[in-house]
Ligand binder design. Structure first.
Ligand code: NAD
Length: 288
Protein backbone atom coordinates (compact mmCIF):
# COMPACT_ATOMS: atom_id res chain seq x y z
CA UNK A 1 0.00 0.00 0.00
CA UNK A 2 1.39 3.45 -0.79
CA UNK A 3 0.32 6.84 0.57
CA UNK A 4 2.39 9.29 -1.53
CA UNK A 5 4.30 10.15 1.66
CA UNK A 6 7.43 11.14 -0.28
CA UNK A 7 5.80 12.73 -3.32
CA UNK A 8 8.26 15.19 -4.87
CA UNK A 9 11.04 14.39 -2.40
CA UNK A 10 14.63 13.81 -3.50
CA UNK A 11 17.13 11.59 -1.77
CA UNK A 12 20.36 9.59 -1.65
CA UNK A 13 20.33 5.95 -0.54
CA UNK A 14 23.62 4.36 0.56
CA UNK A 15 24.09 0.61 0.99
CA UNK A 16 21.81 -1.42 -1.30
CA UNK A 17 23.88 -4.50 -2.18
CA UNK A 18 21.28 -7.13 -3.08
CA UNK A 19 17.55 -7.71 -2.64
CA UNK A 20 18.05 -8.74 1.02
CA UNK A 21 19.67 -5.38 1.95
CA UNK A 22 17.61 -3.09 4.16
CA UNK A 23 18.58 -0.19 1.85
CA UNK A 24 17.16 -2.11 -1.12
CA UNK A 25 13.75 -2.31 0.58
CA UNK A 26 13.94 1.37 1.52
CA UNK A 27 14.62 2.24 -2.14
CA UNK A 28 11.66 0.15 -3.32
CA UNK A 29 9.34 1.72 -0.74
CA UNK A 30 10.64 5.27 -1.39
CA UNK A 31 9.94 4.76 -5.10
CA UNK A 32 6.41 3.52 -4.32
CA UNK A 33 5.87 6.60 -2.12
CA UNK A 34 6.75 8.98 -4.98
CA UNK A 35 10.41 9.88 -4.24
CA UNK A 36 13.25 10.21 -6.73
CA UNK A 37 16.74 9.33 -5.56
CA UNK A 38 20.30 8.40 -6.38
CA UNK A 39 21.65 4.99 -5.34
CA UNK A 40 25.22 4.64 -4.16
CA UNK A 41 27.59 1.99 -2.86
CA UNK A 42 31.31 1.24 -2.74
CA UNK A 43 32.77 0.52 -6.22
CA UNK A 44 33.56 -3.10 -5.26
CA UNK A 45 29.98 -3.66 -4.06
CA UNK A 46 28.66 -2.35 -7.38
CA UNK A 47 30.66 -5.07 -9.13
CA UNK A 48 29.61 -7.87 -6.73
CA UNK A 49 25.98 -6.95 -6.04
CA UNK A 50 22.91 -6.51 -8.22
CA UNK A 51 22.16 -2.82 -7.69
CA UNK A 52 21.61 -2.16 -11.42
CA UNK A 53 18.38 -4.21 -11.22
CA UNK A 54 17.19 -1.91 -8.43
CA UNK A 55 18.18 1.20 -10.41
CA UNK A 56 16.19 -0.01 -13.39
CA UNK A 57 13.16 -0.86 -11.26
CA UNK A 58 13.13 2.52 -9.49
CA UNK A 59 14.30 4.71 -12.41
CA UNK A 60 17.40 5.77 -10.45
CA UNK A 61 20.98 6.54 -11.34
CA UNK A 62 23.89 4.89 -9.54
CA UNK A 63 26.95 6.85 -8.45
CA UNK A 64 29.79 4.84 -6.91
CA UNK A 65 31.29 6.22 -3.69
CA UNK A 66 33.51 4.67 -1.07
CA UNK A 67 32.13 6.10 2.17
CA UNK A 68 35.67 6.38 3.56
CA UNK A 69 36.66 8.90 0.84
CA UNK A 70 35.71 12.58 1.16
CA UNK A 71 36.54 13.04 -2.55
CA UNK A 72 34.08 10.28 -3.53
CA UNK A 73 31.39 11.73 -1.27
CA UNK A 74 31.85 15.24 -2.67
CA UNK A 75 31.53 13.91 -6.19
CA UNK A 76 28.46 11.85 -5.25
CA UNK A 77 26.70 14.79 -3.63
CA UNK A 78 27.51 17.29 -6.40
CA UNK A 79 26.29 14.84 -9.05
CA UNK A 80 23.16 13.95 -7.05
CA UNK A 81 22.12 17.61 -6.79
CA UNK A 82 22.55 17.93 -10.58
CA UNK A 83 20.67 14.70 -11.37
CA UNK A 84 17.84 15.37 -8.92
CA UNK A 85 17.61 19.04 -9.94
CA UNK A 86 17.81 20.62 -6.50
CA UNK A 87 18.42 20.20 -2.79
CA UNK A 88 18.16 16.86 -1.02
CA UNK A 89 15.27 15.95 1.29
CA UNK A 90 16.43 12.60 2.68
CA UNK A 91 19.57 10.49 3.05
CA UNK A 92 19.90 6.90 4.24
CA UNK A 93 23.22 5.66 5.66
CA UNK A 94 22.91 1.85 5.57
CA UNK A 95 26.58 0.90 5.77
CA UNK A 96 28.33 -1.56 8.06
CA UNK A 97 31.36 -3.82 7.89
CA UNK A 98 33.84 -5.29 10.40
CA UNK A 99 37.04 -6.87 9.11
CA UNK A 100 37.57 -8.50 12.55
CA UNK A 101 34.17 -10.22 12.24
CA UNK A 102 34.94 -11.30 8.68
CA UNK A 103 38.31 -12.74 9.67
CA UNK A 104 36.95 -14.42 12.82
CA UNK A 105 39.11 -12.39 15.23
CA UNK A 106 37.80 -12.57 18.79
CA UNK A 107 36.84 -9.24 20.45
CA UNK A 108 39.71 -9.69 22.93
CA UNK A 109 42.26 -10.30 20.13
CA UNK A 110 41.51 -7.66 17.52
CA UNK A 111 43.81 -6.65 14.72
CA UNK A 112 43.70 -2.89 15.29
CA UNK A 113 44.24 -2.09 11.63
CA UNK A 114 41.05 -4.06 10.95
CA UNK A 115 39.35 -2.29 13.89
CA UNK A 116 40.25 1.11 12.40
CA UNK A 117 38.99 0.07 8.97
CA UNK A 118 35.67 -1.18 10.35
CA UNK A 119 35.21 2.01 12.40
CA UNK A 120 36.06 4.17 9.39
CA UNK A 121 33.52 2.37 7.17
CA UNK A 122 30.75 1.79 9.73
CA UNK A 123 30.86 4.90 11.96
CA UNK A 124 33.11 7.72 10.78
CA UNK A 125 31.56 7.50 7.30
CA UNK A 126 28.36 8.92 8.85
CA UNK A 127 30.21 12.01 10.07
CA UNK A 128 32.02 12.35 6.74
CA UNK A 129 28.80 12.09 4.76
CA UNK A 130 27.01 14.65 6.94
CA UNK A 131 29.99 16.98 6.89
CA UNK A 132 29.91 17.10 3.07
CA UNK A 133 26.12 17.61 3.05
CA UNK A 134 26.38 20.36 5.70
CA UNK A 135 29.30 22.26 4.21
CA UNK A 136 27.90 22.19 0.70
CA UNK A 137 24.53 23.33 2.14
CA UNK A 138 22.59 20.91 -0.03
CA UNK A 139 19.97 19.62 2.43
CA UNK A 140 16.45 21.11 2.17
CA UNK A 141 14.88 22.62 5.30
CA UNK A 142 12.96 19.91 7.18
CA UNK A 143 15.07 17.28 5.47
CA UNK A 144 15.78 13.98 7.23
CA UNK A 145 18.97 11.92 7.65
CA UNK A 146 18.81 8.35 8.97
CA UNK A 147 21.51 5.79 9.81
CA UNK A 148 20.81 2.18 10.72
CA UNK A 149 22.16 0.78 13.96
CA UNK A 150 21.86 -2.14 16.37
CA UNK A 151 21.20 -2.51 20.10
CA UNK A 152 24.70 -3.88 20.77
CA UNK A 153 25.54 -0.16 21.13
CA UNK A 154 23.77 -0.28 24.53
CA UNK A 155 23.93 -3.92 25.66
CA UNK A 156 26.39 -6.79 25.39
CA UNK A 157 26.02 -9.16 22.44
CA UNK A 158 29.45 -10.87 22.42
CA UNK A 159 29.54 -12.08 18.80
CA UNK A 160 28.72 -8.61 17.47
CA UNK A 161 32.37 -7.93 18.28
CA UNK A 162 33.84 -4.50 17.43
CA UNK A 163 30.66 -3.55 15.54
CA UNK A 164 29.12 -2.85 18.97
CA UNK A 165 31.67 -0.08 19.53
CA UNK A 166 31.19 1.21 15.98
CA UNK A 167 27.43 1.46 16.50
CA UNK A 168 27.88 3.33 19.81
CA UNK A 169 30.11 5.82 17.96
CA UNK A 170 27.62 6.08 15.08
CA UNK A 171 24.74 6.85 17.45
CA UNK A 172 26.81 9.52 19.19
CA UNK A 173 27.60 11.17 15.84
CA UNK A 174 23.85 11.29 15.10
CA UNK A 175 23.29 13.33 18.28
CA UNK A 176 26.33 15.59 17.95
CA UNK A 177 25.97 16.39 14.24
CA UNK A 178 22.18 16.37 14.58
CA UNK A 179 22.45 19.36 16.92
CA UNK A 180 24.24 21.49 14.30
CA UNK A 181 22.04 20.24 11.46
CA UNK A 182 18.92 21.09 13.47
CA UNK A 183 20.12 24.48 14.69
CA UNK A 184 21.61 25.71 11.43
CA UNK A 185 19.66 23.94 8.66
CA UNK A 186 16.39 22.66 10.20
CA UNK A 187 17.37 19.12 9.24
CA UNK A 188 16.69 16.14 11.51
CA UNK A 189 19.17 13.34 12.19
CA UNK A 190 18.23 10.02 13.80
CA UNK A 191 19.33 6.41 14.01
CA UNK A 192 16.98 3.44 13.67
CA UNK A 193 17.96 0.45 15.81
CA UNK A 194 16.70 -2.54 13.87
CA UNK A 195 16.04 -6.18 14.88
CA UNK A 196 18.54 -8.77 13.64
CA UNK A 197 17.74 -9.20 9.94
CA UNK A 198 18.98 -11.90 7.54
CA UNK A 199 21.10 -9.82 5.12
CA UNK A 200 24.71 -10.19 3.92
CA UNK A 201 26.03 -8.01 6.78
CA UNK A 202 23.71 -9.57 9.40
CA UNK A 203 24.43 -13.20 8.48
CA UNK A 204 28.18 -12.51 8.82
CA UNK A 205 27.80 -12.42 12.63
CA UNK A 206 28.72 -15.74 14.32
CA UNK A 207 25.69 -17.74 15.55
CA UNK A 208 23.32 -15.42 13.65
CA UNK A 209 20.51 -17.99 13.11
CA UNK A 210 20.33 -18.88 16.80
CA UNK A 211 20.32 -15.22 17.70
CA UNK A 212 17.58 -14.43 15.18
CA UNK A 213 15.42 -17.10 16.82
CA UNK A 214 16.21 -15.83 20.34
CA UNK A 215 15.31 -12.21 19.44
CA UNK A 216 12.10 -13.33 17.75
CA UNK A 217 10.98 -15.32 20.80
CA UNK A 218 11.93 -12.48 23.15
CA UNK A 219 10.02 -9.74 21.26
CA UNK A 220 6.27 -9.49 21.90
CA UNK A 221 5.72 -8.47 18.27
CA UNK A 222 8.47 -10.72 16.86
CA UNK A 223 11.51 -9.51 14.89
CA UNK A 224 10.99 -6.59 12.52
CA UNK A 225 11.70 -7.54 8.89
CA UNK A 226 13.76 -5.52 6.40
CA UNK A 227 10.55 -4.40 4.70
CA UNK A 228 9.06 -3.25 8.00
CA UNK A 229 12.28 -1.32 8.67
CA UNK A 230 11.85 0.30 5.26
CA UNK A 231 8.28 1.30 6.10
CA UNK A 232 9.44 2.93 9.34
CA UNK A 233 12.30 4.69 7.55
CA UNK A 234 9.80 6.13 5.03
CA UNK A 235 7.79 7.69 7.87
CA UNK A 236 11.03 9.24 9.18
CA UNK A 237 11.69 10.73 5.73
CA UNK A 238 8.12 12.04 5.46
CA UNK A 239 6.73 15.37 6.73
CA UNK A 240 4.85 13.49 9.47
CA UNK A 241 7.94 13.31 11.73
CA UNK A 242 9.37 16.82 11.36
CA UNK A 243 10.24 17.42 15.02
CA UNK A 244 11.84 14.04 15.75
CA UNK A 245 15.59 14.50 15.97
CA UNK A 246 18.71 13.37 17.91
CA UNK A 247 16.95 10.07 18.67
CA UNK A 248 17.94 6.44 18.60
CA UNK A 249 14.65 4.85 17.57
CA UNK A 250 14.18 1.18 18.41
CA UNK A 251 12.46 -0.76 15.66
CA UNK A 252 12.62 -4.22 17.14
CA UNK A 253 9.18 -5.60 18.03
CA UNK A 254 9.73 -4.55 21.66
CA UNK A 255 12.98 -6.50 22.23
CA UNK A 256 14.87 -3.58 23.77
CA UNK A 257 12.53 -3.29 26.78
CA UNK A 258 12.21 -7.01 27.50
CA UNK A 259 13.80 -9.01 30.33
CA UNK A 260 12.47 -12.47 29.53
CA UNK A 261 9.42 -13.78 27.64
CA UNK A 262 7.23 -16.78 28.43
CA UNK A 263 8.06 -18.20 24.99
CA UNK A 264 11.78 -18.29 25.89
CA UNK A 265 11.10 -19.54 29.41
CA UNK A 266 9.11 -22.44 27.92
CA UNK A 267 12.00 -23.30 25.59
CA UNK A 268 14.51 -23.15 28.45
CA UNK A 269 12.28 -25.32 30.68
CA UNK A 270 11.77 -27.86 27.87
CA UNK A 271 15.52 -27.88 27.21
CA UNK A 272 16.28 -28.43 30.92
CA UNK A 273 13.73 -31.25 31.13
CA UNK A 274 15.29 -32.91 28.06
CA UNK A 275 18.77 -32.62 29.65
CA UNK A 276 17.49 -34.07 32.97
CA UNK A 277 15.77 -36.93 31.13
CA UNK A 278 18.89 -37.77 29.13
CA UNK A 279 20.97 -37.73 32.36
CA UNK A 280 18.56 -40.09 34.15
CA UNK A 281 18.38 -42.35 31.01
CA UNK A 282 22.17 -42.66 30.99
CA UNK A 283 22.14 -43.55 34.72
CA UNK A 284 19.73 -46.49 34.17
CA UNK A 285 21.23 -49.95 34.71
CA UNK A 286 21.89 -51.68 31.41
CA UNK A 287 19.30 -54.43 30.79
CA UNK A 288 20.65 -57.94 31.22
N1 NAD B 1 21.16 -7.18 9.31
C1 NAD B 1 21.02 -6.92 10.58
O1 NAD B 1 20.81 -7.83 11.43
C2 NAD B 1 21.07 -5.49 11.05
C3 NAD B 1 20.50 -5.14 12.29
C4 NAD B 1 20.60 -3.82 12.73
C5 NAD B 1 21.27 -2.88 11.95
N2 NAD B 1 21.80 -3.24 10.75
C6 NAD B 1 22.53 -2.23 9.97
O2 NAD B 1 21.85 -2.00 8.76
C7 NAD B 1 22.78 -1.46 7.82
C8 NAD B 1 22.64 -2.17 6.49
O3 NAD B 1 23.05 -3.51 6.59
P1 NAD B 1 22.27 -4.74 5.94
O4 NAD B 1 21.90 -5.63 7.05
O5 NAD B 1 21.23 -4.26 4.99
O6 NAD B 1 23.42 -5.50 5.15
P2 NAD B 1 24.08 -5.30 3.69
O7 NAD B 1 25.29 -6.16 3.70
O8 NAD B 1 23.08 -5.56 2.65
O9 NAD B 1 24.50 -3.75 3.67
C9 NAD B 1 25.74 -3.24 4.12
C10 NAD B 1 26.21 -2.29 3.04
O10 NAD B 1 27.38 -1.56 3.44
C11 NAD B 1 28.07 -1.30 2.21
N3 NAD B 1 29.46 -0.87 2.41
C12 NAD B 1 30.47 -1.59 2.99
N4 NAD B 1 31.63 -0.89 2.91
C13 NAD B 1 31.34 0.30 2.29
C14 NAD B 1 32.11 1.45 1.91
N5 NAD B 1 33.43 1.52 2.18
N6 NAD B 1 31.48 2.46 1.29
C15 NAD B 1 30.15 2.42 1.02
N7 NAD B 1 29.36 1.35 1.34
C16 NAD B 1 29.96 0.31 1.97
C17 NAD B 1 28.00 -2.67 1.53
O11 NAD B 1 28.41 -2.65 0.18
C18 NAD B 1 26.55 -3.01 1.73
O12 NAD B 1 25.75 -2.52 0.68
C19 NAD B 1 24.17 -1.58 8.47
O13 NAD B 1 24.51 -0.36 9.09
C20 NAD B 1 23.93 -2.65 9.53
O14 NAD B 1 24.86 -2.60 10.58
C21 NAD B 1 21.71 -4.52 10.29
Amino acid sequence: MSYNLLKGKKGIIFGALDSKSIAWKVAERAHEEGATFVLTNAPVALRLGSISDLAEKTGSQIIPADATSVMDLEHLIDESVKILGGKIDFVLHSIGMSVNVRRGNHYTHQDYNFTKKGWDVSALSFHRMMSVLYNKDVMSEWGSIIALTYMAAQRVFPDYNDMADNKAYLESIARSFGYYFGRDKKVRVNTISQSPTPTTAGSGVKGFDGFLHFADKMSPLGNATALECADYTITMFSDLTKKVTLQNLFHDGGFSNMGISTALMDEITMGNTAIENSKSDSKEEPKK
